[in-house]
Design a protein around this ligand. Structure first.
Ligand code: SF4
Length: 358
């Protein structure tokens, strides 16, 4: 692996085991676990890498495969071409759909251009799409709790536009109009704040006492686990650093959760170079986490930056062990098998390494 092709899927355990031993006097870093890649992101990045290996460059990808600048730049260097819409892709070429999912209209547009598609939509997003389709078939008014304009919300909305209304905040609940208040159901984006969503749903239930719930949580396990880890650490830290891109919903939520849970301050950065020494003046304990689309290499660089500036000790605070993995899309698996290339998935779970102190 060269600097040009960083290992986008290196595990957290790899990072920690190779940190320089600089333990000594000074402040400490509380490192959240779980953090970083979720199973859906790990799979989506793997899809693009495998497609590049199989077919060679270029491989077109609609929108950012995951919301992380570094990942997108790294895959671009390897030959991925990121486009906004299918009409930017030459007829008959191959396109990957991102982890956030796409609406049926996008599938249709790809078909019309005769594009070969590989769908890297996270299976947990697909689950929400299926709920939308089922509730629309049963003629419910569906309230989709989520951020207007987010790709995942656009994709889910597109499954049943005549039945779905998007609600972003508790206050927006007041302006909703439904056909039958007894036949209303809510579903949600997968990467929301658990607490804020609860507030929105409570407001919905006040307006529509017969409100139906989705069959299971739509906010995914990874979003929830990262928020729980941050809530555990936040009251103990002077400053929380969240590694993640500005358009990463779950990363932005982690900053909010940290502040609500008592962190003295919280900053989101894409990479270590964006850290400012003045944020850490007088601090004794720094919390560190990363969003679900962030490769571990970026966390490692932040740890090194902090270690070089008076925070030599790293303590991992683990609140959950994650073992979920998702198989690659069926058509990609079939092509890999045809070419005699092994699909290592479902591979051994990528864990964040044992709790330890350095
Ligand atoms: S954050 Fe959750 S829903 Fe989104 S890709 Fe990861 S596992 Fe899937």
């Amino acid at each position: 692996m060269t600097d040009e092709t960083p290992d986008l899927r290196a595990s957290a355990a790899d990072t920690l085991s190779s940190l320089p031993d600089v333990s000594g006097e000074g402040g400490r870093i509380l490192l959240a676990a779980p953090r970083g890649y979720c199973a859906g992101v790990d799979r989506a990045v793997d899809v693009v890498e495998k497609a590049l290996d199989l077919y060679g460059a270029p491989v077109y990808v609609r929108k950012e495969i995951v919301h992380n600048k570094f990942v997108v730049e790294s895959l671009t260097k390897r030959g991925a071409i990121f486009v906004q819409e299918t009409d930017e892709v030459p007829e008959g070429a191959r396109i990957v759909f991102s982890a956030h999912g796409v609406s049926p209209q996008v599938h249709e547009a790809a078909k019309a251009r005769n594009l070969a598609t590989i769908d890297a939509t996270c299976p947990l997003v697909t689950k929400v799409h299926r709920e939308a389709v089922r509730f629309a078939k049963d003629d419910y008014d569906i309230i989709l709790v989520g951020h207007q304009g987010h790709e995942e919300v656009e994709g889910t909305y597109g499954e049943a536009p005549s039945h779905i209304q998007v609600v972003g905040t508790p206050d927006e609940v007041d302006s909703i109009e439904v056909r039958d208040p007894e036949r209303v159901v809510w579903i949600s984006q997968t990467t929301l704040s658990v607490d804020e969503t609860r507030e929105t749903v409570n407001r919905l239930r006040q307006r529509f006492p017969k409100l139906s719930d989705p069959p299971s949580d739509d906010i995914c396990y990874a979003t929830q686990n990262r928020q729980v880890a941050v809530k555990t650490i936040a009251p103990k830290v002077d400053v929380m650093v969240v590694v993640g891109s500005a358009n990463s919903s779950n990363s932005v939520r982690l900053v909010e959760v940290a502040l609500e849970a008592g962190a003295g301050g919280a900053h989101r950065v894409d990479k270590a170079e964006e850290l400012k020494p003045e944020w850490f003046e007088g601090a004794k304990t720094v919390g560190l986490t990363s969003g679900a689309s962030v490769p571990e290499i970026l966390v490692r660089e932040v740890v090194e930056w902090l270690q070089a500036r008076g925070f030599p000790t790293v303590e991992v605070v683990r609140t959950e062990n994650e073992t979920i993995t998702f198989a690659l899309p069926r058509n990609l698996r079939a092509e890999l098998a045809e070419k005699g290339l092994a699909d290592a998935r479902p591979h051994a779970p990528r864990k964040t390494g044992p709790n330890h102190t350095r």
